[in-house]
Design a binder for this molecule. Structure first.
Ligand code: BG6
Length: 507
């Protein structure tokens, strides 16, 4: 009889999953995303003991840096943005695996150097030929870099090892360009080696949508058009575009957030139970939702877009979008977008999904609110029930992560007066563990080759298929409607819901 140590049972999902021998090459090391998210996440993973001891990180950029200069950049970013405490011994071991290759994306010699670097790392750090190429660069360069990886034999793994590519959104700017991009990636890497990052899928609270729906019995029976009146999905930010004019102008709120984060959230809320939580089963169900989306006929009335004007945010006076550095005075890019979508399935027929996102809104909050129908009959006197709103289940994605159930309760006293109350679940109150950053989870999953949290090209293309007609309609209309910074968006967004007899939540 063979003895299996239960602590080593590979089926036991409670054990921390540690990446095997590998390295990562980061293109775009000087960008905001690398500095604020990717580099700190790598340190946090190392600090949690989830990276292999010989993990190596190679930066690739135009700067004329030595390995030590690169290490200093990573050090600064870790000190400023890492989630976990700084530990000298973890840092030292991690930093031994840092390398830097200087060059342009069209510089063949730089890619030859990259290849030599990786081969050297395989020898001295034991990375075993397993390497991920993380493209934290503007999508306009994807084709060139991916082409260079192929050209220089970097995309082909030796037998028994792997090569992966990681791409950040935007995955194109419409259906056509997304297809082209997917074709380029697919011409170099097999689909199982392409990891598209949508960082919302790495958030604990987003993953909790599935846990909440499918690990419990009490929600699913009412999760349909018999009980649900409508769903509101909000991703609001109080910040403006900051220093991201170059990226944001011409992209706008719908492409930046609705195409990816909000449509992914909607898929998780609306999908049927997958046969399992493996990537393929999840993809099938998410894809069915996206395929079932139907746009309202009058897109002009069922969508809204706006552009922030000067106003107040966080107690400070702020400038409008058109005054931001790097933005053309004539820009028609929207900084607020709201859309009405229908999911044409038996479960959701007649239940609108309202999605909205914007910059410089009242506060930073992301939530999914499932708003229920009113009770069919109310045996209370009219005066005491008039104020009753509808029951709602609000999944608070961030900040203040948790869930709220809103329902009516009797106000103490001799009269039968009903008032809305909230029942709350807060992550902080129920769990002592703090949530890892989305990028920690996603980078680890990618290094493990675990794909469920990464959108596949079919989902990306279906999302563009939904958005393209809306974007075309907006492009034909010219300027978005201005809204004051610190407000909840343009008047047309309120009118959009008012036409359906509904109002937006004020989170
Ligand atoms: C990014 C968008 O995907 O998400 C940004 O490009 C936005 O415009 C950011 O600010 C918000 O992320 P989070 O995790 O802070 O909600």
């Amino acid at each position: 009889m063979t003895y299996t140590n239960p602590l080593r049972d590979p089926q036991d999902k409670r054990l921390p999953r540690i990446a095997g021998p590998c390295g990562m090459v980061l293109f775009g090391v000087t960008g905001d995303l690398s500095r604020k998210k990717i580099l700190p996440a790598i340190y946090d993973l190392a600090n949690r003991g989830l990276l292999p001891p010989g993990f190596s990180l190679t930066g690739f950029a135009r700067r004329d840096w030595a390995d030590q200069d690169f290490a200093q950049i990573v050090h600064d970013s870790v000190k400023s943005y890492a989630r976990t405490e700084f530990r000298e011994e973890v840092w030292r071991q991690l930093a031994e695996g840092f390398r830097f290759v200087s060059g342009d994306f069209d510089d063949d010699e730089a890619f030859r150097q990259l290849r030599r670097t990786i081969e050297e790392l395989d020898q001295v750090r034991g990375t075993d030929g397993n390497h991920a190429f993380y493209l934290a660069i503007p999508p306009g360069f994807f084709a060139e870099v991916v082409g260079q990886l192929k050209e220089h034999g970097l995309a082909d793994p030796a037998p028994g090892s792997w090569r992966r590519v990681v791409v950040e959104k935007p995955f194109g700017h419409n259906l056509q360009s997304a297809r082209e991009l997917n074709a380029i990636l697919a011409s170099v890497f097999p689909s199982g080696s392409i990891f598209r990052i949508d960082h919302y899928l790495g958030k604990e609270t987003v993953q909790n949508i599935l846990a909440m729906r499918f690990a419990n019995t009490m929600f699913e029976p009412i999760w349909n058009n018999n009980y649900v009146d409508h769903v509101q999905i909000t991703m609001a930010e109080d910040v403006g575009i900051g220093g991201r004019a170059g990226y944001y102008d011409g992209i706008g709120a719908a492409r930046d957030v609705i195409q990816n984060h909000l449509l992914q959230l909607m898929s998780l809320v609306a999908m049927e139970e997958p046969t399992s939580f493996d990537a393929e089963s999840l993809r099938i169900e998410k894809q069915k939702v996206l395929k079932s989306v139907v746009l309202p006929r009058r897109l002009d009335l069922a969508t809204a877009r706006g552009q922030y004007a000067a106003g107040w945010a966080g107690g400070q006076q702020v400038i409008g979008f058109l005054e931001e550095e790097g933005i053309k005075k004539t820009s028609t890019t929207e900084t607020f977008a709201a859309v009405t979508l229908h999911v044409a399935t038996r479960r959701w027929a007649g239940v609108p999904f309202y999605l909205r996102t914007g910059k410089r809104l009242g506060r930073r909050v992301t939530e999914v609110a499932v708003v229920f129908k009113r009770a069919p009959h109310q045996p209370f006197s009219a005066t005491s029930t008039e104020e009753l709103t509808q029951n709602a289940l609000v999944i608070r994605i961030q900040p203040d992560e948790g869930m709220t159930v809103r329902f009516g309760a009797k106000v103490p006293g001799t009269a039968t007066e009903i008032r809305d109350v909230n029942m709350d679940f807060a992550y902080g109150g129920s769990f002592t563990e703090s949530s890892p950053e989305a990028y920690e989870r996603l980078i680890l999953d990618m290094l493990l080759g675990d794909p469920p949290l990464f959108p596949r090209h079919e989902e990306v293309e279906l999302s563009w298929q939904i958005l393209d007609p809306i974007l075309d309609q907006w492009a034909a209309k010219g300027k978005p409607e201005p809204y004051g910074s610190g407000t909840w968006g343009p008047e047309s967004a309120n009118a959009m819901l008012a036409r359906d007899g509904r109002v937006w939540r004020r989170p």
